[in-house]
Design a protein around this ligand. Structure first.
Ligand code: SF4
Length: 235
């Protein structure tokens, strides 16, 4: 099968295999409502989901909603979320986001991309995570794993996140968007690592554009969404 062409047949085979292998794929962030997922996703920037999950149970039990969190100073919130990294910026963004939720949305998390991306600390990826996982909307959040794996596989052929998202939305049936986001993350974490992808044990090898072009990625080849060396293997 011509792997350089995004034939429907090739894409369907890739999606089928991903689905079979990662049937239980879901977000690893723990949350019990849209507000908690929004805050957890802001905290997850440049941090592992595992680390965020260590911080959020105590955080949400002490400050369960935007009202309680908006009342904190950046220093107070910073103490709670320090271990997630970039805590000064994250504290400011979370407090300002909570103030906007209270002032403009009655304390609720908005359910549309435009409103979400106006919140401090919320980019397109975070908004898509919230839309998909908290509100059940079809969305593909392109994080560093989705970007890397989809471009290696040839599900996309793009140099930036937005273009990758658009191409994935074109190439993947809409009903699979949200699941495909999780499948690609799982594959990136388990097999298609940033620095040393395990191509020899990859169930997608026969269908992978990179592999079949003799471009088995190595350290040099691994670039993240900003073109920097990708070091996400620990996530
Ligand atoms: S064959 Fe290698 S590069 Fe292609 S998806 Fe599998 S691990 Fe990644």
């Amino acid at each position: 099968m011509a792997v350089n062409k995004n034939t429907k047949e090739r894409i369907n085979k890739i999606l089928k295999l991903l689905k079979e292998n990662y049937a239980d794929a879901a977000t690893e962030l723990r949350f019990s409502n849209p507000f908690e997922l929004l805050i957890a996703t802001i905290l997850a920037a440049q941090c592992t989901d595992r680390q965020v999950n260590k911080v959020t149970p105590k955080l949400f039990s002490k400050y369960p909603g935007p009202e309680e969190m908006a009342a904190l100073t950046p220093e107070e919130l910073g103490e709670e979320i320090k271990s997630c990294g970039f805590y000064k910026t994250k504290s400011r963004n979370i407090i300002n986001t909570c103030k906007i939720l209270l002032a403009e949305y009655g304390g609720r998390v908005p359910e549309d991309m435009e409103s979400l991306t106006k919140l401090p600390g919320v980019g397109r990826k975070t908004a898509n995570v919230v839309l998909s996982n908290a509100f059940g909307k079809d969305a593909i959040a392109v994080d560093t794993h989705v970007f890397r794996v989809s471009n290696r596989l040839g599900l996309a052929d793009a140099g930036n996140v937005l273009e990758t998202e658009k191409q994935l939305m074109n190439n993947i049936p809409q009903e699979d968007w949200s699941d495909a986001h999780h499948w690609l993350i799982y594959h990136g974490r388990r097999v298609c690592h940033a620095r040393k992808p395990d191509c020899m044990h990859c169930f997608l090898r026969e269908l992978c554009k990179y592999y079949n072009n003799g471009q088995v990625p190595d350290n040099k080849d691994s670039r993240d969404m900003k073109g920097n060396k990708d070091t996400t293997d620990m996530e």
